[in-house]
Design a protein around this ligand. Structure first.
Ligand code: ADP
Ligand code: MG
Length: 721
C-alpha cells in the first residue's frame, strides 16, 4: 500500500507544498496527484529481470542478470577506495566493483554468499566486470513481467516511484469512457492496455513497445488524442453560446462606397493580393455573426497582414464600434501605428474619430488624454502594447481586438480581453436587438490573432481545433527573393566590403547580434563592441546606430525613427528587430553567430530585408565550436535557410528538427502538449479522434466530460481560456 501519497483517494489534494515530504513534492512536480495520473504515467523503458543468464553466454556491453556465489571480496584503497568482489556462476566469473557502498553491502558480499546481480558486463583491465550492479539475495522469486523504468527527478528514487505508480494504478477507476461501438476496431480496453504497459509480459516484442505500435499503446494514444480533440471542440461549442456584436455596416449594405472599408480600399496605393482578399472576406463573414470570432491570420513575413487588420478595423468602425490592436513590443506597435494613422486617420477625421496610441512608457498627461478619447469613443482604433488591455483602459464599445504575434502574449492577457466586454444596453448600436437576434447581456469582443510563424496543418488541426485559420499564402507582387549566404566568421572582412558596396548605392544595412540568454550584459557588450568595430571599419561618413532591449523606450523609438528616415545607415541590433520592422531601403542583413538562432527566428530576421524592389541579401555568419564544427542541429537549420525562403516550408522543417513539443512550446507557453501520441506517426488515430469528438459531445456529453477530466484533469479549465 502507498506510503507516500498524501491521501489515498488523491482527489482533493492539499494546498501545494503544505507539510509534504520530499518524495511527495517530487510526485506533485511530475503532475502525479490523482490515482489516474499515476495510472497514465507510463514507463520510459523496461528492464528484463525475469530471466537468469549464464555468464558464459553473455556478451560484453550487454545488461545481464546472473546468479552465483561470491568467491572473495575486499575493500581496496588504490587507485580509489572501492569494494571488489569476485563472482562465479558456474559457467564463468566476473568482478563486481562498487565505489560508493554501505558496510552492509560488504557483508552481503561475504565469501560463499549466493547472490543475484544485474548490471552491464564490461571487459575491463582486470577481466570481465560489472560496476555498481544491483545486488539481491539469490533465493528471491523471479518477477513474471518486465520491470518498468519511469522518468523521475531528484528526491524521488526509482523504487519509490515504481511503488507509487503500482499503487495508483491499482486504485484508479479505469472503467471505459467510450461506448464499445465507438472504439476503433479490435481496440484493447483501457484497463488492459494500462496494466500491460506498466508490467508487460516478458515475451512481448520489445520493439513494439519502443516504437509504440503495440495495441496497448495504440489504445492509450487514441484516448489521449480524443481528450485533446474533445476539449478543443468543447471550447469551440462554448464560444458559440457567447454573444458578440454583429459588425456589419448599419442600415446599409456592405458594398456602400462611403463605408470606411470601401474608402480605405480605394485609398491604398496597391491592389490586394488574392490571398488578402480571401482573408478579408473570411473575417467579414465572422464579424457579421453574433458569436465571437476566434481567428488566426497566418502569413509569412511581408505577406501583408497589417492591411488585412486595417480592413477588419474599418469594418468594426463602420458598424459603430471600437477596435484595439496590440503588439508585443513597442517598436512593433509603433510600426503598426505609423501605417494605420497614415491609412485611416484622414478618413476618420471627417467623422470626428481618430487612431489613438497607447503604451506603458507614455507620459501620464499624454496617456490621460488618450484614455479620455478611448472612453468617449472618439478613439475608434487604439494601437499599442499591453497597456491597451490593462484594467485602467476603459473602452466605450470595444468590439474587435487584434493581436499581432499572438504567441508572444500569455493566456492571461488574452483573458484580460474578456473583461472588456460591452454591455448591449450601453454600447454601440441597438440595431442588433431591433433585428431580433441579439440577447441582452455582455457582448464579447471578436478576436483576430496574427502570426508570421505559420503552424503546419497537422498541428493546426490538433492543437488549434478551437481556432479558425486564414492563410496568406501569396506575397505581394514585385518582391525580389533574398539571396542567403553562409559565411564563416574568419571571413568577416569580406562582409565589410559588401556593406560598403551597399552603402555606396544608398542602401541601408542591418547587423544582428545574437542573444546570449544567460546574460543580457554580455549581449550588450557584444552589440556595443560590434558597433564600435563597424564605426572603425566604415569610417566617420557612415552613421552606425545601436538598438538593444536595454535602451529606454524613447531611445529605441529614436533609433528606429532615424533608421527609417535613412539618417542611420547601419543598424546594429539584438533581436528586438525580429518582428514587424519595415524599412524597404534596407537590403543587406548580416546575422552574427547565426548558428545560435532558432530556425523560425532566422527566418523572421531575414524577413526584414527584401521589402523593396532592390535585390537583397542575408549573410549568415557562423562560428564553429571548439571542435571546429557546427553542431548537427545548427547545421540543419542553416541548411534550411539556404535551401528555402518559404515560411511554410521553414515551419515544416522547424517542426521536423525540433519535434512538436518544442516547436509548440516555443510558440505558446502552457500549450497542451501530447505526452504519448505523435502527430505524424499517429495521423490515423488523430483522424479517428477528430471524427468521433463531435458525436461523443452530442450523444454522450457526460462520458465526454469524464474523458476530458481523466486526461486533462484540472488543466481542462485552463485550456478553454
Ligand atoms: P506582414 O505580413 O509581415 O506584417 P506587412 O503588413 O508589414 O507584412 O506588409 C509588408 C509590406 O508590404 C508593407 O510595406 C505593406 O504596405 C506592403 N503590402 C501589403 N500588401 C500589399 C499588396 N497587396 N501589394 C503591395 N504591397 C503590399
Ligand atoms: Mg507584421
Amino acid at each position: 500500500m502507498s506510503t507516500v501519497s498524501a491521501q489515498p483517494a488523491g482527489h482533493n489534494p492539499a494546498p501545494p507544498g503544505a507539510g509534504l515530504s520530499a518524495a511527495q513534492r517530487a510526485l506533485r512536480k511530475l503532475g502525479l496527484v490523482r490515482d489516474i495520473d499515476f495510472a497514465l504515467y507510463l514507463p520510459l523503458r523496461y528492464e528484463d529481470e525475469t530471466r537468469i543468464m549464464r555468464l558464459a553466454d553473455a556478451r560484453d556491453g550487454e545488461t545481464v542478470q546472473v546468479e552465483g556465489a561470491i568467491i572473495e571480496s575486499e575493500v581496496v584503497y588504490r587507485p580509489r577506495r572501492q569494494l571488489r568482489a569476485a563472482f562465479d556462476d558456474g559457467s564463468g566469473t566476473c568482478q563486481l566493483r562498487f565505489f560508493n557502498f554501505y558496510p552492509s553491502l560488504h557483508k552481503q558480499l561475504a565469501p560463499g554468499a549466493r547472490v543475484r546481480v544485474r548490471g552491464e558486463l564490461r571487459d575491463g583491465f582486470l577481466g570481465r566486470q560489472m560496476v555498481h550492479p544491483v545486488v539481491k539475495a539469490a533465493a528471491t522469486a523471479l518477477p513474471q513481467a518486465l520491470t518498468p523504468v519511469y522518468s523521475t527527478i531528484a528526491g524521488l528514487a526509482q523504487p519509490v516511484l515504481r511503488r507509487e505508480v503500482r499503487a495508483g494504478l491499482a486504485r484508479a477507476a479505469l472503467d471505459e469512457t467510450l461506448p464499445p461501438e465507438l472504439l476503433p476496431p479490435r481496440a484493447w480496453s483501457l484497463r488492459d492496455a494500462l496494466h500491460f504497459l506498466h508490467t508487460p509480459a516478458p515475451d512481448v516484442a520489445l520493439a513494439t513497445l519502443e516504437d509504440r505500435s503495440h495495441p496497448a499503446w495504440q489504445r492509450v494514444k487514441a484516448d489521449e488524442l480524443l481528450a485533446q480533440q474533445l476539449s478543443q471542440q468543447q471550447a469551440r461549442q462554448e464560444r458559440a453560446t457567447q454573444c458578440a456584436p454583429r459588425l456589419t455596416v448599419a442600415g446599409a449594405n456592405a458594398c456602400d462606397a462611403n463605408s470606411l472599408h470601401a474608402r480605405l480600399l480605394a485609398a491604398l496605393p496597391f491592389a490586394l493580393t488574392g490571398a488578402q482578399r480571401r482573408a478579408d472576406a473570411e473575417i467579414a463573414a465572422d464579424l457579421a455573426r453574433e458569436i465571437p470570432m476566434h481567428r488566426l491570420l497566418q502569413g509569412d513575413v511581408g505577406a501583408g497582414k497589417t492591411v488585412v487588420a486595417a480592413l477588419a478595423a474599418a469594418r468594426c468602425i463602420d458598424a459603430g464600434y471600437q477596435c484595439a490592436l496590440m503588439a508585443p513590443t513597442e517598436i512593433l506597435a509603433a510600426q503598426h501605428f505609423g501605417k494605420l494613422v497614415q491609412w485611416l486617420d484622414p478618413l476618420l477625421i471627417e467623422r470626428g474619430l481618430r487612431v489613438a496610441w497607447l503604451t506603458g512608457s507614455q507620459k501620464k498627461k499624454e496617456r490621460d488624454t488618450m484614455a479620455a478619447a478611448i472612453e468617449s469613443g472618439e478613439a475608434a482604433l487604439v494601437v499599442g502594447t499591453h497597456a491597451v488591455i490593462s484594467e485602467k483602459t476603459t473602452f466605450r464599445r470595444l468590439a474587435l481586438a487584434i493581436i499581432d504575434e499572438q504567441h508572444r502574449f500569455g493566456v492571461e492577457q488574452r483573458l484580460a480581453l474578456r473583461g472588456k466586454a460591452v454591455h448591449a444596453q450601453d454600447g454601440g448600436q441597438t440595431a442588433h436587438t431591433a433585428e431580433g437576434g441579439q440577447a441582452p447581456g455582455p457582448l464579447e469582443p471578436h478576436l483576430l490573432m496574427m502570426s508570421a510563424t505559420p503552424i503546419p496543418r497537422t498541428l493546426a488541426m490538433s492543437y488549434y481545433a478551437d481556432l479558425d485559420l486564414s492563410t496568406l499564402d501569396e506575397l505581394p507582387p514585385g518582391r525580389t527573393p533574398v539571396v542567403t549566404k553562409l559565411v564563416a566568421e574568419h571571413r568577416r572582412e569580406e562582409i565589410i566590403a559588401r556593406i560598403q558596396a551597399q552603402l555606396a548605392q544608398g542602401r541601408q544595412v542591418y547587423w544582428v547580434c545574437p542573444l546570449i540568454e544567460e546574460s543580457e550584459v554580455v549581449d550588450l557588450r557584444n552589440a556595443t563592441a560590434t558597433r564600435d568595430e563597424l564605426v572603425q571599419a566604415l569610417g566617420t561618413q557612415v552613421n552606425v546606430g545601436l538598438l538593444h532591449s536595454r535602451l529606454p523606450a524613447a531611445d529605441k523609438q529614436a533609433a528606429m525613427a532615424q533608421f527609417t528616415a535613412g539618417q542611420l545607415h547601419v543598424l546594429v541590433s539584438t533581436t528586438v528587430i525580429e518582428v514587424g520592422v519595415d524599412v524597404p531601403n534596407a537590403c543587406l542583413m548580416v546575422i552574427e553567430h547565426a548558428e545560435r538562432f532558432g530556425l523560425s527566428q532566422l527566418h523572421q530576421l531575414r524577413g526584414r530585408v527584401g521589402r523593396g524592389a532592390a535585390a537583397s541579401a542575408c549573410v549568415l555568419l557562423y562560428a564553429p565550436g571548439e571542435n571546429g564544427r557546427v553542431g548537427e542541429l545548427a547545421r540543419e537549420r542553416l541548411r534550411a535557410m539556404i535551401e528555402t525562403s518559404d515560411g511554410f516550408e521553414i515551419a515544416r522543417r522547424d517542426l521536423e528538427i525540433r519535434g512538436p513539443g518544442e516547436f509548440l512550446g516555443a510558440r505558446q507557453s502552457g500549450a497542451p502538449l501530447l505526452r504519448f501520441a505523435d502527430l505524424d506517426a499517429d495521423a490515423r488515430l488523430l483522424t479517428w479522434a477528430r471524427g468521433l469528438a463531435p458525436r461523443l459531445l452530442a450523444q454522450y456529453p457526460l462520458l465526454a466530460q469524464r474523458h476530458i477530466d481523466r486526461w486533462l484533469g484540472s488543466k481542462a479549465e485552463y485550456l478553454k481560456a
